[in-house]
Write a protein of this length. Structure first.
Length: 442
């Protein structure tokens, strides 16, 4: 199997499906749609031998659950439909890899790193918090590769762990609004019809509130002047982040695209503008890094695809069982539904259940119910659950990356101060979203 995978190069399948997804924005012939689905299946099969670490256990659990449920229901077509659903994520991951390779070439990243090194010790935590959020909004977990080397190798283990926790906290608030996280792409597929500007607008407010709560809880003694100087170090990257967000929102609103489709459509345009406007950027290096980057997302693509397949299988099974209809009669208050969505996703991550799986189960049950919770509030609550699961989840990619980059045990990152932050900020979010649901979106 490994020799076959090397011969067929799974990365080629990813690039082809990525190209097809760009084409599908304007034209969706059935034969090409079927081709994309079968290429998705081929990509899965070719990459199975290369699944690593705890992802093996996760894939085994998802795969076994899918097989057992499908064998019981006999509806094997749902597996193919799940693969069809997953093809758009090939376009998403391809776009994100291209954007990340381009961003690494930009002078703003290098300038930010230089400015960061000039900060005083007491300004560092605030800078790491905001920097991880801003850079992480575009580079996602790639931000750890930028921030971790800044920390001196002689730093004591306690300080190193605190910085890792701060970076994890700041970065994992980004999926509340950033279209470059798979969170937004995944959830908007399950809760369609919500505009990109709504997601980014409400998400930015909540993310800013989260940064303030984090600052008050853990860095409350820092002076405003020190905080301002810490924030100033990240001014070089702020304009590109704003421009990227504006372009995506404009495409989404102007062309009637979902936020995921708008991202896939605009990233090639953003890349061309970034390369043309920078004298130091190398087109050859961006192409090379994009090709190499395709190999690094294999596990993520497989997990997302298997989760979507499981979602299709569960959706059919739960629908046939009439579970949602039974729960609809409970007349649950909206604040309780919001709290349950966030709480279940978060608590599941603490015992090793990946958020992709828990989100699918929660949404399959909640969406058909008459809860009185608007689509935008439900979507945002789900993104909050994703953010928390990424922050404290024992199997989360972000937790694994922070652990590896900073040399801190994963369990200490998951079950440390960030868990306290999740509890406090979670209560604040439930209040805010409940109020928004009652007064803004009814």
């Amino acid at each position: 199997m490994k020799k076959t995978a090397r011969f067929f190069r799974p990365e080629i399948a990813l690039i082809i499906v990525w190209g097809l997804e760009l084409l599908f924005l304007a034209w969706v012939p059935p034969f090409l749609e079927a081709l994309a689905a079968w290429l998705m299946i081929l990509y899965l099969l070719l990459n199975i031998p290369f699944i690593r670490g705890e992802n093996i256990i996760l894939c085994l659990l998802i795969g076994t659950s899918t097989a057992l449920i499908t064998a019981y229901s006999g509806n094997w077509l749902t597996i193919y439909k799940g693969c069809q659903d997953a093809t758009i994520f090939m376009g998403f991951f391809g776009s994100i890899i291209l954007l990340r390779a381009t961003a690494q070439q930009r002078p703003e990243i290098r300038l930010t790193r230089d400015l960061f090194k000039k900060l005083k010790a007491k300004q560092t935590n605030a800078a790491f918090l905001v920097g991880a959020h801003l850079i992480g909004s575009v580079l996602v977990v790639g931000v750890m590769a930028i921030l971790a080397p800044i920390l001196k190798s002689t730093v004591d283990p306690v300080s190193r762990r605190r910085v890792a926790e701060v970076c994890q906290r700041g970065m994992c608030l980004a999926p509340l609004w950033s279209p470059f996280w798979v969170a937004s792409a995944f959830v908007t597929q399950k809760i369609p019809g919500v505009s990109a500007w709504q997601i980014m607008g409400i998400g930015l407010v909540l993310a800013t509130l989260g940064l303030v709560v984090s600052h008050l809880m853990f860095v409350g003694s820092i002076r405003l002047g020190d905080l301002r100087r810490a924030l100033w170090g990240f001014m070089p990257i702020l304009p590109p982040v704003i421009v990227c967000g504006f372009v995506i929102v404009s495409f989404s609103a102007g062309m009637g695209l979902s936020s995921l489709e708008a991202l896939i459509a605009t990233v090639p345009l953003i890349t061309v503008i970034a390369l043309v406007s920078s004298k130091t950027s190398s087109v050859k290096k961006v192409i090379r890094d994009t090709w190499r980057g395709n190999k690094t997302v294999n596990n993520e693509v497989i997990i997302v695809t298997m989760a979507l397949i499981l979602g299709r299988v569960l959706e059919a099974s739960i629908g046939n069982a009439g579970l949602a209809d039974s729960l609809s009669g409970l007349a649950l208050p909206s604040w309780f539904v919001i709290a349950c969505v966030i709480g279940i996703i978060t608590m599941a991550s603490l015992v090793g259940v990946h958020q992709l799986v828990s989100i699918i189960v929660v949404l399959i049950i909640v969406i058909p119910m008459e809860t009185g919770v608007s689509a935008i509030v439900l979507l945002q609550a789900t993104l909050v659950g994703w953010a928390f699961a990424s922050m404290v989840g024992i199997t989360a990619i972000s937790t694994a990356t922070a652990s590896n980059m900073f040399g801190v045990p994963r369990s200490k990152l998951a079950y440390g101060p960030n868990l306290r932050f999740v509890s406090v900020f979670g209560a604040v979010v439930v209040l805010c979203l409940s109020a928004a649901n009652a007064f803004l979106f009814t």
